[in-house]
Design a protein around this ligand. Structure first.
Ligand code: SAH
Length: 394
């Protein structure tokens, strides 16, 4: 076994079950062969005490911890972790349902599987590695996944082309690693969606907005809805079911506009309350009229890293100010940030500034976050990323 020995005092965070070891904490490595990216390593304290087993990788996060016990990492290990993950999804009430077969089965550190994401879309699982270690273990994990899911699973699509470090030169390709899917339609709360795991963003769908989409449905009756940054149009489809008078969906990508149109047609064929526009959000909001009384702002992560924070906050303020300026009196604004680098308070301050710029009276009705199938490991607060506010604009 290859071994990593930590500098004195650097074992402290592992004592608090934090699942990452930064490269600066490492004193030296031991073993017969040189370390290779993706290797499973044993981590010892400076006094030789066993601390953890994890995946080693070049970069600032050097080890992602798999377990704090000495144990074998094999199919049985993965199967046990996946079984707990599935049990959690049953407890939440998103798995094992006729009308809902879209959910996140594995959310990385949140499910004690750092570097791994698995989303379920009907009979297809989309598996994504964010670490070289999970990439190396993909066949074992796929086998464990098949055993865990049984007959409900027909195919596993592996989608890690853009999520693995480019420099590792793993030659990773996207593709089915088991079975094949005959159907790209899956259901969320009784609504049907085409899922494009081949070319779509993330694993093909933004599973993390499920609960917030339901809340949009609740507020939509009789309203004129604007869904900015619509992507596959999840919010739009829920707004339609909620009884919106009209729904306009906007995304700068023409492909996204095709997807939203297809999803509306799938659920509400021939319904002309909906229209989609391929346009830049800022341009659209500058030019739009003031007819909307429910606006959803769900932009891409403005800050991917901490150094981009200031610009990101300015971006959120500018975007929200436009919405406050144009929304009808008595309107409802759903506004989100999925940037992990922006915390709840910073986001709220950005929105507060926007409200003040537009000089509107604004009440906070709901404070939103990621859903239960995107759990946060209590020892890994970095896992919190999605935040949102629902506001009543007088
Ligand atoms: N709300 C979506 C997810 C949004 S992802 C859902 O529930 O599924 C962010 C989307 O913003 C992407 O589809 C991307 O194409 C779009 N986007 C990025 N920059 C944009 C811009 N300047 N104007 C409009 N859309 C933009």
């Amino acid at each position: 076994m290859k071994t990593i020995i930590l500098r004195k005092g650097k074992e402290e965070s592992l004592g608090r079950f934090h699942p990452w070891i930064f490269s600066g904490a490492i004193h030296h490595t031991e073993g017969d062969a040189a370390l290779e990216e993706g290797d499973i390593v044993e981590v010892l304290a400076s006094d030789g005490r066993f601390l953890a087993l994890g995946h080693w990788q070049i970069g600032s996060i050097a080890v992602r911890v798999l377990t704090f016990k000495r144990q074998k990492i094999d199919v049985a290990f993965w199967q046990k972790r996946l079984a707990v993950a599935l049990d959690v999804r049953r407890a939440i009430g998103v798995a094992g349902r006729e009308d809902n077969d879209i959910y996140r089965l594995v959310h990385g550190e949140g499910d004690n599987l750092p570097g791994l994401v698995i989303d379920i879309y009907g009979t297809t699982a989309v598996m994504q590695a964010h670490s070289v270690g999970m990439h190396v273990c993909r066949q074992q994990i796929a086998e464990a996944l098949r055993k865990t899911m049984g007959e409900s699973l027909h195919a596993i699509y592996y989608k890690s082309e853009t999520t693995l470090p480019f420099k590792a030169q793993l030659g990773q390709e996207n593709g089915f690693i088991w079975g094949e899917s005959s159907d790209d339609v899956a259901r969320e709360n009784g609504l049907a969606f085409h899922i494009d795991w081949l070319k779509g963003q993330k694993t093909g769908f933004f599973v993390d907005q499920r609960d917030n989409r339901s809340l949009v449905e609740h507020y939509s009756k009789g309203r004129k809805v604007l869904n900015m940054f619509c992507y596959t149009g999840g919010f739009s489809v829920y707004a339609m079911r909620g009884g919106a008078e009209l729904v306009h969906s906007v995304d700068s990508s023409a492909k996204a506009v095709e997807l939203v149109d297809a999803n509306i047609e799938l659920n509400f064929p021939g319904d002309n309350r909906h229209e989609a526009f391929a346009e830049d959000a800022f341009k659209f909001m500058d030019e739009m009229q003031t007819q909307y009384d429910l606006i959803i702002l769900d932009p891409p992560a403005f800050a991917k890293h901490k150094d981009a924070l200031k610009n990101a906050l300015r971006g959120y303020t500018k975007l929200n100010a436009r919405a406050f300026e144009k929304i009808q009196p008595g309107g409802i604004l759903f506004t989100f940030s999925c940037s992990q680098a922006v915390n709840k308070d910073q986001f709220r301050t950005a929105v507060f500034t926007a409200a003040a710029i537009a000089r509107r009276k604004v009440r906070i009705l709901h404070q939103l976050h990621q859903p239960a199938d995107h759990p946060i490991n209590i020892y890994h607060p970095e896992g919190e990323y999605l935040k949102g506010l629902v506001l009543y604009v007088e």
